[in-house]
Write a protein that binds this ligand. Sequence first.
Ligand SMILES: Nc1ncnc2c1ncn2[C@@H]1O[C@H](COP(=O)(O)OP(=O)(O)OP(=O)(O)O)[C@@H](O)[C@H]1O
Ligand SMILES: [Mg+2]
Length: 264
Amino acid sequence: MIETPLQASREPGPERPNESEQMAVPVQVDGVGRTFTRGRRPAVHALADVSLRAAAGETVAVVGPSGCGKSTLLELICGLQRPDSGTVRCAPAALMPQRDLLLPWASALDNAALALRAGGAGRDEARRLARPWLDRFGLAEFATARPAELSGGMRQRVSFLRSLLAGKPVLALDEPFASLDAITRAEMQGWLGHVLAGERRTVVLVTHDVEEAVMLGDRVIVLSGRPGRVLESVEVGVARPRRRSDPAIVALRERVLAALGVGE
Ligand SMILES: Nc1ncnc2c1ncn2[C@@H]1O[C@H](COP(=O)(O)OP(=O)(O)OP(=O)(O)O)[C@@H](O)[C@H]1O
Ligand SMILES: [Mg+2]
């Protein structure tokens, strides 16, 4: 077991449920609406009446068309935005943003260790804690490499590691593999499934890849086009490790695609 400092965040953000609720249902989004108003431009209704729950240790995948408010939903869960209506109650959450946002001048090790430093660890302590994770994530030889020297999949792993090392009970992952080619993405999906199986974290995984959602999620929430509303919540209920070719996975993929209005 490798230590990660679990921080009890009390930053401004969504209302924090009390401890017992927080343990049982770390993510509670109820009837949330979010509208962006920008000067004289027409208001953009990003989300309307969205409710979702993620139980402790559950991976909830969220799929929906581009622009339907998925990133906005994750920012609400992480307390980076506030809803205009409804409530968000969430245990402390770390966001893996849609773009990797690695510091170009810092090594892979220091980029991964950034969350620990933000949590108060000194440079050497943060490196000492992050180092074994780089090895575990297959990045041992690249600890001193800058982001420009890493492949896309490696950058994604460093970015994911940074979110993981933040030590929060909830992980909000925003299209973690969207920029990767199909082969690397399939490898990374297998890898993420493996990492999450060994970590008791509650995960909200945003993706536009329906297969990724059913391969990784315990449940898939299907959002409509903007303003995003919940169209369907699909239980996956297939034991892990999962196979893409499993008829149950194929059927669930078809069901989610049908809910999205994508026919054969
Ligand atoms: N800070 C902001 N200011 C104004 N409008 C915003 C802001 N953030 C998001 N929006 C608008 O809200 C809508 C939802 O954006 P969001 O990024 O949440 O969508 P998304 O589902 O993540 O899309 P994608 O799949 O393309 O990543 C979009 O129309 C976007 O233009
Ligand atoms: Mg997005």
